[in-house]
Design a protein around this ligand. Structure first.
Ligand SMILES: CC(C)(COP(=O)(O)OP(=O)(O)OC[C@H]1O[C@@H](n2cnc3c(N)ncnc32)[C@H](O)[C@@H]1OP(=O)(O)O)[C@@H](O)C(=O)NCCC(=O)NCCS
Length: 158
């Protein structure tokens, strides 16, 4: 985590978190999460978020959910001006740490098959494709994109 600070996502952070989400996902053709979306998600059982900071400025956010022994990455976004410097990896590692601490044995996520940056990040962290939902993501006027379901085993045999 060299060069980054991280902290738990709290109510006063919902605006900046939704700004980060909108800036990251609107170009992908995905719906931006509002402040209200953030608030409702963070009030759901097992959900928590992490903010990543560089030089005191919020540059990334990730939300995840842990239910029983399964964790799920709900979203991850890094400010475009701060990408390719390890921020995405640092956020993912924070999510993995939290899932492990909560006793999860697996971490699941869904990613667009047309999102090479995210797919590469997850593959680098040893996630493996375990499913595919054909045409799951609507991409504006373009063709829909498949969703890949990926899983990381968090414990030996998990
Ligand atoms: C995906 C995302 C979070 C990655 O954030 P990041 O801070 O740039 O990622 P990192 O710098 O930690 O990169 C870690 C690894 O991911 C892969 N990666 C990241 N960006 C990549 C790109 N544009 N092309 C190819 N591989 C990429 C690389 O393997 C990289 O390791 P390397 O730099 O040593 O080669 C960021 O691009 C983003 O916010 N995208 C928009 C939102 C999104 O797609 N979220 C995921 C939805 S499932």
């Amino acid at each position: 985590m060299a060069g980054f600070d991280r902290r738990a996502l709290c109510v006063p952070d919902f605006d900046v978190a939704s700004d980060l989400h909108r800036a990251a996902f609107t170009p992908l053709g995905e719906r931006a999460w509002t402040r209200q979306d953030m608030a409702e998600l963070c009030a759901s059982p097992g959900v928590s978020g992490v903010l990543l900071l560089s030089g005191g400025k919020e540059i990334g956010v990730a939300l995840s959910r842990v239910v029983a022994d399964e964790a799920e990455l709900l979203t991850i976004a890094v400010d475009a001006g701060h990408r390719r410097r390890g921020a995405g990896r640092a956020l993912l590692e924070a999510v993995i740490d939290r899932a492990l601490a909560a006793g999860a044995v697996s971490l699941f996520l869904e990613v667009g098959a047309d999102n090479p940056a995210a797919c590469s990040l997850y593959e680098q962290k040893d996630f493996r494709v375990v499913g595919r939902r054909a045409g799951y993501y609507q991409r504006g006027t373009g063709p829909n994109a498949d969703a890949l379901v990926m899983r990381l085993a968090l414990r030996p045999g998990g």
